[in-house]
Design a protein around this ligand. Structure first.
Ligand code: HEM
Length: 381
C-alpha cells in the first residue's frame, strides 16, 4: 500500500489544479503570439518558474517521505504524475540549467520505474489507462487525448479478439465471430481517427498540445516522447494478421525499441507477439471448406481495414497536423515524439504503412502477393 498518501495527494491536487491553470495560461499566451514559446516576458517567466519550483518541491516531498507505493498500479500512476510534471518543464523549456532543482523528481521517476521495468518517464498509457489527467483545460487537448485513447482501446480490442484465433484454428466457426469482432474494432479505430481529424484544430494541436509529448531528459539519459502507438496491441495485430514479421530487422527493431514505453501489462504480449503461426499462414494451409471461405473473407476485410486506419493516420493526421504546420514554423524544435528529424520519422511511418496496407512496393517484402492468392483461392469454386 501507499504509505505516504498525504504527501503524494498534495502533489496530485497541485497537478489537477494550479499546474493545469499555469500550463493553460502559458499556452494561451503562446497561442496569441503564434509561436512555440514566448521568451522575455516577466509575467510568463514567473508562471514557468512556479511550475518548475512548486513541482520540484512536491516531488522532493514525496521522495523524502519514503515508503513509495509497493502496489504496481499506484507506483505506475505516481510515475505518470512526476512524468507529467517533467514533460511540462520540457514543454516550457525550463528543464535546462536546473539539474539541481529537478534532481529529486528524476530520482523519484527512476526509483518508481526500475522495479516495473519501464522507462522512467510519462507515456501515453498514463494519460489514457492509468487516469485521464490533462496538462491544460484546453478543448483541443481534451479532444486529442480522448480520441487517441479511444483508438488505443479499439486496437486493444482487436488484438484481444485476434490473439484467440491461432490456438483455436481458422476453420472453427468461432474464428469467424472473433474476426468479425476485430473488424468492428478496427472500424472503430478508423471512425475515431476520422472524428479526431474533423474536430481537432490544426494550430491548437501544433502550438499547444503536441509540445507536451516531446522527448525529455531524466538525469543524464534522454527518453523519447510519448505517442498512442506505445502499446502491444497494434503490433500484435500486425503480426497475428501476418502483415509484419518479427524476424524482419526493420520491424524487430520497432518491437525492441518500444518495450520500455508500453505499460507493464503489455510487456509480455509484446514479447510473445509473432512467435507463433500467423492467421494468414493458417489460412494458407487450411482446406477450402465453406466455413474457411467465410472466415477468410472476414479476415481479408480485417486486413483491409487495418491498412485503411493506418493510412488515414498518415495522410489525414500526421501530414495535416504535423508535417504541414511544421513547414511554416521554423522555430519549432523536436517535432516528432521519438526524437529523429521529421523526414526520418516520415519514412519510417511510410514503410510501416506499406506493410500494414500490404502494398505492392518494389524492394519491400509485404503480404501483397499472399493476400492476393488467398483472395483468388476463395473465388475459385
Ligand atoms: C505514431 C502523429 C493520432 C496511433 C505516430 C508518430 C507520429 C504520429 C509522428 C510517429 C512517432 C514519432 O513521433 O516519432 C500523430 C498525430 C496525430 C496522431 C499528428 C493526431 C493529430 C493518433 C491516433 C492513433 C495513433 C488517434 C490511434 C490510436 C499511432 C500509432 C503509432 C503512432 C499506433 C505508432 C506506430 C507504430 O509503432 O506502430 N503518430 N498521431 N495516432 N500513432 Fe499517431
Amino acid at each position: 500500500p501507499a504509505v505516504s498518501p498525504e504527501v503524494s495527494s498534495e502533489f496530485e491536487r497541485w497537478l489537477d489544479g494550479e499546474f493545469v491553470e499555469l500550463n493553460t495560461q502559458l499556452e494561451e499566451a503562446y497561442f496569441r503570439a503564434h509561436v512555440e514559446i514566448v521568451r522575455g516576458d516577466p509575467d510568463l517567466d514567473a508562471r514557468r518558474e512556479a511550475i518548475l519550483f512548486d513541482g520540484a518541491k512536491f516531488a522532493a516531498a514525496v521522495l523524502d517521505a519514503g515508503d513509495l507505493p509497493t502496489d504496481p498500479v499506484a507506483r505506475y500512476q505516481l510515475l505518470g504524475s512526476v512524468g507529467g510534471y517533467l514533460a511540462s518543464c520540457r514543454r516550457h523549456q525550463i528543464d535546462k540549467g536546473h539539474a539541481e532543482v529537478l534532481a529529486p523528481a528524476w530520482t523519484l521517476a527512476w526509483t518508481l520505474a526500475a522495479p516495473l521495468g519501464v522507462a522512467p518517464r510519462y507515456v501515453f498509457a498514463h494519460q489514457c489507462l492509468y487516469g485521464h489527467r490533462l496538462f491544460t483545460s484546453l478543448d483541443d487537448e481534451r479532444i486529442f487525448v480522448t480520441y487517441n485513447a479511444l483508438g488505443v482501446l479499439a486496437y486493444r480490442r482487436a488484438a484481444h479478439a485476434l490473439r484467440q484465433i491461432p490456438p483455436m484454428g481458422v476453420a472453427a466457426p468461432m474464428a469467424g465471430y472473433l474476426l468479425a469482432d476485430a473488424r468492428s474494432a478496427l472500424d472503430d479505430v478508423l471512425r475515431f481517427n476520422t472524428q479526431l481529424a474533423a474536430e481537432l484544430d490544426v494550430d491548437r494541436f501544433f502550438y499547444n498540445v503536441r509540445p507536451y509529448f516531446k522527448s525529455y531528459r531524466v538525469g543524464t539519459a534522454e527518453y523519447r516522447g510519448a505517442n498512442a502507438g506505445d502499446f502491444a496491441g497494434i503490433n500484435e495485430i500486425d503480426l497475428l494478421l501476418g502483415l509484419c514479421r518479427r524476424d524482419d530487422p526493420f520491424y524487430g527493431r520497432i518491437l525492441t525499441e518500444k518495450a520500455p514505453y508500453v505499460p507493464p501489462e503489455d510487456q509480455e504480449p509484446l514479447k510473445a507477439a509473432g512467435t507463433g503461426e500467423s492467421i494468414l499462414a493458417q489460412f494458407q494451409r487450411a482446406g477450402r471448406t465453406d466455413q474457411v471461405r467465410e472466415n477468410a473473407r472476414i479476415f481479408l476485410d480485417v486486413c483491409r481495414l487495418h491498412g485503411a486506419a493506418y493510412s488515414f493516420h498518415h495522410n489525414r493526421l500526421v501530414r495535416p497536423f504535423l508535417v504541414e504546420p511544421a513547414e511554416h514554423a521554423p522555430d519549432a524544435e523536436d517535432l516528432t515524439a521519438s526524437g529523429p528529424p521529421l523526414p526520418v520519422v516520415l519514412e519510417f511511418l511510410e514503410r510501416l504503412g506499406d506493410l500494414r496496407a500490404a502494398r505492392n512496393r518494389p524492394g519491400l517484402a509485404t503480404a501483397h502477393g499472399d493476400l492476393a492468392r488467398l483472395r483468388e483461392s476463395l473465388d475459385a469454386a
